[in-house]
Design a protein around this ligand. Structure first.
Ligand code: GDP
Length: 445
């Protein structure tokens, strides 16, 4: 996410590194570099202007010397101002009305509307404990209605059927009635998209919006289209009373122009980010966390939330207890690897770790264990339970059998064994055992 911009911003801060005071000339140079980085990221010009005007005004009042170097003070200022320009505080959905709360999604074709409906349905069901109904008012593409039905099944929420012969407003009215009767908390409405903004589409969606009167009207837009995304959103915001924006395909966006421009250009808050093709990849938008990630400082809060949501706490306690007693074998390692896979693999996690912004992509690629994890799991699966428990048994012909069984080779098997032995050695050190015992609550047992 936003890797190019992160790298460029880091470079622009280097101008101030090692300087012991902020002077007119080094400030000017740093600001010029930041401006270049934002231009390259395809941030809208008017947003760059407002942002840099703020930085320029406030940089003069920066207090350097209270524990902060000039570079750090400048970065802090950039952090505060970027957070402000992309939204200030996080804004969540307004669901506090008589159920069902109707949420309508609008946007161009291919922006990720239908996918986002399914992601949002899952999010509301899992995280907010809501009973969700979805309906498609896209009467132009029968395939779109089918796509929503398939996705609804996948996320296990109810789907209200519709056909291309129905009128969009009638579809939504029937769905709403049904939702009321069946006590659904939320009704998510998918709408027709077009390839471009045209008058007919705008008129239709305006009429639909008026009739449906949703509590939330969210505009879905592809972040890869950079500042165009912000301008498209503006055209919709002028026609419809939008309550927020969902920015999709952030996972493929190295530049970040859309994320930085949308709020200022439309005046509407970004409420969610789509960060992957999988259905559980919708993140609530927290401006300060995104900026922290953007500046290469990581997003530890989201990481902790994600881990605590996805990790099986009982299992973790069990491992911790076993580790404390020095009883950790390859089956446990396999379970841990599987858990890591469940969390979206190393790549998704690494993106949120502090300092990762400074690590070049090629090095990151080497660290990403996506395919590596699968290989490791396959190797452990090819061992007998006894081998998993007594790694020392794995020699000669056993090694060969495991390599063949997992579709790898002796070198890869050796690497895994070495890695595990290293881990075991570390685990058996008194200090770590004590720490583990404390974590597992078996201290003194
Ligand atoms: P719609 O025409 O607006 O309903 O768009 P779709 O929901 O059909 O999505 C278009 C394409 O974008 C599909 O291939 C989706 O898998 C993909 N997509 C949607 N959201 C994301 C996202 O956050 N990340 C990635 N990588 N792909 C996405």
């Amino acid at each position: 996410m936003f890797d190019n911009l992160t790298e460029r911003l880091q470079n622009s801060f280097k101008v101030l590194q090692g300087k012991n005071k902020l002077s007119e000339s080094n400030i000017k140079e740093a600001i010029r570099e930041v401006r270049r980085a934002l231009l390259e990221a395809d941030v809208a010009l008017e947003v760059i202007k407002v942002f840099l005007d703020q930085v320029q005004t406030k940089v003069l009042g920066l207090k350097v010397g209270q524990g902060l170097t000039p570079a750090q003070a400048f970065i802090k200022l950039v952090e505060i101002e970027l957070t402000e320009i992309i939204g200030g505080e996080a804004e969540s959905l307004d669901l506090k009305i008589q159920p069902p709360a109707v949420i309508m999604l609008a946007g161009l074709q291919g922006a990720g509307k239908t996918t986002s409906i399914a992601k949002l349905a899952l999010y509301l069901k899992q995280r907010e404990n809501k009973k969700v109904l979805v309906v498609s008012a896209d009467v132009y593409r029968p395939a779109a209605i089918e796509q929503l039905e398939v996705l609804a099944k996948q996320v296990e929420v109810n789907f209200f059927p519709s056909t291309i012969d129905d009128k969009p407003s009638d579809i939504v009215a029937s769905a709403k009635k049904y939702a009321q009767k069946q006590f659904f908390d939320v009704l998510l409405v998918d709408t027709a998209g077009r390839l471009h903004i045209d008058e007919q589409m705008m008129d239709e969606i305006k009429v639909l919006q008026k009739k449906v009167n949703p509590i939330e009207t969210l505009f879905v837009v592809d972040s890869m289209t950079g500042q165009d995304a912000a301008h498209t959103a503006k055209a919709f915001a002028d026609a419809l009373p939008l309550t927020g924006v969902i920015l999709t395909k952030i996972d493929g966006d190295a530049r970040g122009g859309a994320a930085l421009s949308v709020r200022h250009i439309t005046g509407k808050p970004i409420k969610f980010l789509g960060v992957g093709e999988k259905i559980d990849t919708l993140e609530p938008f927290h401006p300060e966390r995104v900026v922290s990630r953007l500046l290469g400082m990581g997003d530890v809060l989201s990481l902790v939330e994600e881990i605590s949501r996805k990790v099986d706490h009982k299992k973790v306690q069990k491992y911790t207890r076993q580790m404390a007693k020095g009883q950790f074998d390859l089956s446990d390692m396999r379970d841990q690897l599987l858990q890591m896979e469940q969390m979206g693999g190393m790549e998704a996690l690494m993106d949120k770790l502090p300092g990762m912004g400074q690590v070049p992509q090629n090095v990151k690629n080497q660290m990403i264990v996506g395919t590596e994890t699968k290989k490791m799991i396959a190797i452990i699966n090819s061992m007998t339970p006894k081998e998993r428990n007594h790694i020392k048994l794995i020699k000669g012909s056993r090694k060969m059998r495991i390599a063949n069984g997992s579709g790898t080779n002796i070198q890869v098997v050796n690497k895994l064994i070495k890695q595990f032995e290293k881990m075991q050695k570390k685990m058996s050190s008194g200090k770590i055992q004590k720490m583990m015992a404390k974590m597992a609550g078996t201290d003194g047992m």
